[in-house]
Design a protein around this ligand. Structure first.
Ligand SMILES: NC(=O)c1ccc[n+]([C@@H]2O[C@H](COP(=O)([O-])OP(=O)(O)OC[C@H]3O[C@@H](n4cnc5c(N)ncnc54)[C@H](O)[C@@H]3O)[C@@H](O)[C@H]2O)c1
Length: 341
């Protein structure tokens, strides 16, 4: 049997990681790239040796020479493509968040189930050695019962003001909070039944991007654990890392502290100031992309090649979106929101 053939729809900043992962996978062929921006599609096709590129995603889903598709379009633009791709019988890796409403997540999951195709959501922190270790220790009972998790995942203003052209159609809650929700729920081992949240806007609006500055959310879990999640797009560009990630897990017997963004493994001081190189998520070592950001995509490729079920199925994406929607509602109304399932 020949290699499994993978396509990428949405070849932006993060889509390129998918292209790298497929191109370097020994049992995968990186076949097709699609982006609305023809120049970008061509660039990624040439760089990662795809056999063709196009600007209309419908061509990709109709291509009989494609077995599986990564959807890495902006947060608000996953659903139509993912549903059509599943209906065309393609296995699917969808970037986080799976979609921005519960109904859209259900449509994607329904289409994948109907066609019996694999569906994975790219919550790649589950491949981060730091969080994998915390999850292992919790699973082995080393911390006792998880009682409280503090999780901060924030960005500098570079992300909403310069990096993402579509920031106003997302927010720090969707772009970052989706990872945070997935991670605290994975660590605690349950989905929350009630959330309270506060959000503020003003600073970014003043700077020309009309989106909330921050979300501060409290998640209550059926087993009694509580999580406190902070996401903002307000950190100054002078911060040594674009991403600020801190996590403290308090169990009944012990605690774990995780800091993957300012761990100073590689600290660079130059005329512009001090910065930390990203070491866990995506470094290139002797020409090979390593790190958890690419490992989750390799895992999806392995699942397609070996006919296995991905570790992060569509249902995880649905539950994360359910919680994010409840957080938005709580922030809007000022009231706690009970999550019905
Ligand atoms: N897993 C992660 O940690 C992680 C990190 C960054 C981004 N992301 C996610 O990846 C997705 C993409 O983010 P990004 O930072 O690469 O954004 P980006 O703006 O850099 O790239 C998006 C690309 O999609 C293309 N596009 C938009 N609509 C399209 C369509 N209908 N058909 C074909 N191409 C289309 C755009 O032209 C653009 O090149 C988002 O959902 C984002 O949240 C995930």
């Amino acid at each position: 049997m020949g290699k499994k053939r993978f396509a990428l729809i949405g070849a932006g900043l993060f889509g390129e990681i998918h292209a790298k992962a497929y191109e370097s996978h020994p049992e995968a062929e990186f076949a097709v790239v699609c982006d609305l921006n023809r120049g970008r599609a061509r660039e990624i096709a040439l760089k990662y040796h795809a056999r063709r590129y196009c600007t209309d995603w419908r061509e990709v889903i109709l291509d009989p020479g494609v077995d599986a598709i990564s959807v890495a379009t902006p947060d608000f633009a996953h659903t139509e493509i993912a549903v059509a791709a599943a209906r065309a019988g393609k296995h699917l890796l969808v970037e986080k968040p799976l979609a921005m409403t519960v109904e859209e997540c259900e449509q994607i999951i329904g289409a994948a189930k109907e066609q019996k195709v694999k569906l994975m959501v790219d919550f790649h922190n589950r491949w981060s050695p730091a969080f994998h270790e915390a999850h292992r220790l919790l699973g082995e009972g080393e911390l006792g019962d998880p009682r409280f998790i503090y999780f901060r995942l924030s960005n500098t203003t570079f992300v909403p003001l310069k990096m993402l052209s579509w920031a106003e159609k997302s927010s720090s809650l969707w772009f970052l909070g989706s990872h945070a929700i997935d991670m605290v729920c994975w660590l605690i081992g349950e989905w929350p039944h009630r959330v309270y949240a506060v959000s503020r806007r003003g600073v970014l609006t003043e700077k020309g991007v009309d989106v909330p500055d921050l979300f501060h959310s409290t998640l209550e879990f059926p087993g009694g654990a509580v999580a406190s999640v902070e996401n903002c797009w307000l950190l100054p560009e002078s911060a040594p890392s674009v991403v600020d990630l801190k996590c403290e897990i308090v169990g009944s017997e012990a605690t774990i502290n995780i800091d993957t963004s300012s761990n100073r493994t590689v600290e660079i001081a130059d005329a512009k100031g001090l910065r930390y190189a990203e070491m866990l998520g995506g470094s290139v070592v002797h020409g090979r992309q390593v790190g958890f950001a690419v490992e989750s995509i390799r895992h999806f490729a392995d699942c397609v090649v070996n006919d296995r079920e991905p570790l992060v199925p569509g249902e995880v994406g649905l539950e994360v979106t359910r919680v994010a929607c409840a957080i938005e509602r709580s922030a809007e109304t000022g009231e706690p929101v009970v999550i019905e399932r």
